[in-house]
Design a protein around this ligand. Structure first.
Ligand code: MTE
Ligand code: MO
Length: 243
């Protein structure tokens, strides 16, 4: 993948020689922003991730990262089959929401069979179902200035909760869903019950499990250490993990 990224960046530098708008000049962007800009302009961020047939689904889909939040709060929610769980939607929105699982299941649904690619080098094909994130964001109404969507999770690594973030291109991408079903069953605890993000154009660590709160923000500066995600802040993972 590193090789491919380098190739993409190389092509981009040539193509961008023709850009004349000042705001489009990658020289004025930080390295991260420039990388992101090039990915977007060349790969086409609106393109769909490949979808697979049912007979191509992996017989076993590994659980990775945290397999259970293991907090008393989460245990109580799970014991009640998440009937008392609510997804909070807030930040830069006109109408903050508190959505039950039943409400999330009653919204228009999307199902897709996709391949999950973990940065650690394994992949698995699974089926995911849930409402598009766009549907939920439209219910809440993004306010001017909202640029990123942050996902706050129920699990922790030591003292830090897991969190991730995406920009609005990915938030409104048709395959970006809040999945509550996997392989035609309720999401199990290992895979992120009751709801996890699927953001199919990016690597596995962006797909936040155990989502408790969705927050629209103007900048990632106030989230964690400012790089937009738990692994980005703690281990130098790239914020834009496009595949
Ligand atoms: N909340 C939370 N989300 C997470 C993680 C985690 O540890 N906690 N691990 C990430 C990583 S690295 C991967 S590869 C996928 C694994 O998803 P799976 O357990 O369904 O295979 O979840 C991602 N989302
Ligand atoms: Mo991963």
């Amino acid at each position: 993948m590193i090789t491919r990224r380098k190739a993409i960046l190389g092509t981009g530098a040539v193509m961008l020689a023709g850009c004349d708008s000042l705001s489009d000049n990658p020289a004025l962007l930080s390295a991260d922003e420039a990388h992101h800009f090039l990915q977007r302009s060349i790969v086409g961020r609106a393109a769909l991730a490949k979808q697979y047939r049912a007979d191509q689904m992996s017989p076993r889909f590994r659980v990775n990262g945290n397999a259970n939040p293991n907090t008393p709060e989460y245990a109580a929610l799970a014991a009640n089959r998440f009937a008392d769980w609510r997804l909070e939607v807030g930040g830069l929105v006109a109408r903050p929401l508190s959505l039950s699982l039943a409400k999330i299941q009653s919204l228009p649904q999307r199902a897709q069979i996709t391949r999950h690619d973990c940065v650690e080098g394994w992949s698995a094909i699974g089926k995911w179902q849930g409402p598009r994130l766009e549907t939920v964001l439209q219910l809440a109404g993004l306010r001017d200035g909202a640029r990123y969507i942050v996902f706050h999770c129920a699990d922790r690594f030591g003292a830090s909760p897991y969190y991730e973030s995406i920009d609005l291109v990915d938030a409104f991408h048709p395959q970006t869903i809040l999945a509550w079903a996997m392989n035609d069953r309720y999401l199990d605890v290992g895979h992120g019950a009751p709801v996890r993000l699927r953001v199919e154009r990016q690597l596995g660590y962006k797909h936040a499990k155990y989502v408790m709160r969705v927050e629209a923000v103007a900048s990632l500066g106030g989230i964690g250490k400012g790089k937009g995600g738990f692994w980005e802040d703690s281990n130098g993972y790239e914020w834009y993990a496009g595949i």
